[in-house]
Design a protein around this ligand. Structure first.
Ligand code: ADP
Length: 232
């Protein structure tokens, strides 16, 4: 369970990007963070992985207040909450397999364990046949699925995706969503910040809507605007 309690974030330039934010994301949830550009979606993600620190309030991960973590504890937080970005961030000189294996190698995993774990996540994102290709041989949708596979290979219980389909056409975006659905079915909490109205509407899942740093709507199952006009 992730809980935001009375969270405020004011940047040093005086912009209040999060204002009295309160919500709960149960373990195993699939939740969309929606809202116009500048609404505060990325800020909430940065607060959640302690890339930014709250000005006030608490953020609980399974009951533990992550705003209180010491610097030395932050790498552990980032293993528990893995993030995928719009721009993939793959290593060009490494193959798909090597991109995914890299984090496990640094941790000193055995070759056999690495092979097993990487093969498993490649199958989950439907890319077993691309293991030996390089990123520049892949389509945008395939690159994003590699970055998702890399994010989950460590068994993080929470996967956060910041506009993962932002650079992709709608059909390709659905390949990403289908991979995320499979991942969510394994019990991983999926949090996705997005502008993709059609996807959010078709999915009918938990939707937290932000505007101007406020939560303006939090519905357990619904669409992008849900009883709201696009202009609100
Ligand atoms: P979104 O992800 O919904 O587009 P952001 O969280 O990126 O929204 O931004 C929310 C607000 O905070 C915007 O007004 C943005 O300009 C501002 N902002 C974001 N990051 C910073 C920063 N590092 N310093 C100052 N202002 C920021």
């Amino acid at each position: 369970m992730i809980q935001f309690e009375n969270v405020f974030k004011e940047y040093s330039n005086g912009v209040v990007a999060a204002s009295n934010i309160n919500f709960k994301i149960p373990s195993g949830d699939f939740v969309f963070l929606v809202g116009p550009s500048g609404a505060g979606k990325s800020t909430l993600i940065k607060l959640l992985i302690r890339e930014e620190q709250v000005s006030r309030g608490r953020i609980l991960l399974d009951g533990e207040d992550i705003t209180k973590l010491r610097k030395s504890q932050i790498p552990k937080l980032r293993r528990d909450i893995s993030v995928v970005f719009q721009d993939y961030r793959l290593l060009d000189k490494k193959t798909v397999f090597e991109n995914i294996a890299y984090a496990l190698e640094i941790q000193g995993e055995s070759k056999a364990n690495i092979k097993k774990a990487v093969d498993e996540v490649l199958e989950l994102v439907n890319l077993s046949n691309k293991a030996n290709e390089y990123p520049d041989q892949l389509s945008g949708g395939e690159k994003q699925r590699v970055s998702i596979a890399r994010a989950i290979v460590n068994n993080a219980p929470v996967l956060v995706c910041d506009e993962p389909t932002g650079n992709l056409d709608e059909e390709t975006a659905w390949d990403i969503i289908n991979a995320l659905i499979k991942i969510n079915k394994k019990g991983i909490t999926v949090i996705m910040a997005t502008h993709a109205v059609n996807i959010v509407n078709d999915m009918q899942r938990h939707v937290i809507s932000l505007a101007d740093g406020h939560v303006v709507k939090d519905i357990e199952k619904g669409g992008y605007y849900e009883n709201n006009s696009p202009n609100n």
